[in-house]
Design a protein around this ligand. Structure first.
Ligand SMILES: [Zn+2]
Length: 258
């Protein structure tokens, strides 16, 4: 692939990342005008186009609003960079195939859902419900995946998380998992199929236990011991999307070689 093509893909993916930033900011506030001009959240000044260039503007402005010098959240360049890198990776791996378009939608959903979950501890239905349908549709058209694996993934993802939530609530007498997590698990099953869903659940539990344990040890305050599940499911899904087959082989060979 030639360098010009890669540069073009990265620029488009970074620009898409700044749109995802707008979604992360506005969807939880139920603002419908996703395409209206950006304002500084602090001084409400309009942000001009030259201060809205992905990554570059953040670096040039040293992370501060040009007008009021209020700190701009590091989340903006992080989202742009994640979008840029992950979509480039999807393009390099899948070319312009159904698999690419499916990955493009899934990666976008995962970035938005992770940051909304981190900021607000919710996973909005307005993303997951249409997302589930899209996952099933893509699996139907995508020659790399099968509709039956996707339907089984969708049902088993939703059902297993529903049962986990039910048992968790019965045992701990408080809500351990939200309805948003259940719908996200169903969505992931629809996009990735049931085999990769198993990889996602194993990886996410491992990551969750690791980070949760670290947080429990490091944080002194009794408050805020909970961690949102969405970002772990998202990281695990990205790994399964790109390296699911190899991870399954590695896992099986580990258990059946002895
Ligand atoms: Zn400002």
């Amino acid at each position: 692939m030639n360098p010009a093509e890669i540069i073009l893909v990265v620029i488009l993916a970074l620009a898409w990342g700044s749109f995802l930033n707008v979604c992360i900011y506005r969807i939880p506030l139920k603002k419908t005008f996703l395409l209206s001009r950006s304002l500084c959240p602090n001084c409400k000044n309009r942000i001009s186009w030259y201060d809205n260039v992905p990554i570059l503007s953040y670096l040039i402005l040293k992370g501060k609003c040009r007008n009021c010098k209020h700190n701009i959240s590091i989340q903006y360049p992080v989202v742009e960079l994640s979008s840029g890198l992950l979509l480039l990776l999807a393009y390099l791996k899948f070319d312009l195939s159904w698999q690419f378009f499916s990955s493009f939608v899934l990666i976008s959903i995962l970035i938005v859902v992770s940051f909304i979950d981190l900021n607000h501890r919710i996973i909005p239905d307005i993303i997951t419900l249409p997302g589930m349908v899209l996952g099933l549709i893509f699996s139907y058209f995508n020659p790399q995946s099968s509709l039956s694996a996707s339907v089984i993934g969708f049902l088993s993802g939703g059902l297993s998380f529903y049962l986990l939530a039910y048992v968790g609530e019965a045992v701990f007498k408080k809500e351990s998992m939200g309805g948003g997590d259940i719908k996200l698990a169903a969505l992931l099953g629809a996009f990735l199929g049931w085999k990769n869903l198993i990889v996602v659940i194993l990886l996410a539990s491992f990551l969750g236990a690791l980070i949760g344990g670290l947080k429990l040890t490091l944080s002194k305050s009794k408050k805020d011991k909970t961690i949102p599940l969405g970002p772990f499911l998202a990281i695990a899904s990205i790994l399964a999307l790109f390296w699911g087959e190899s991870l399954i082989k590695l896992y099986l060979s580990y258990f059946f070689s002895r």
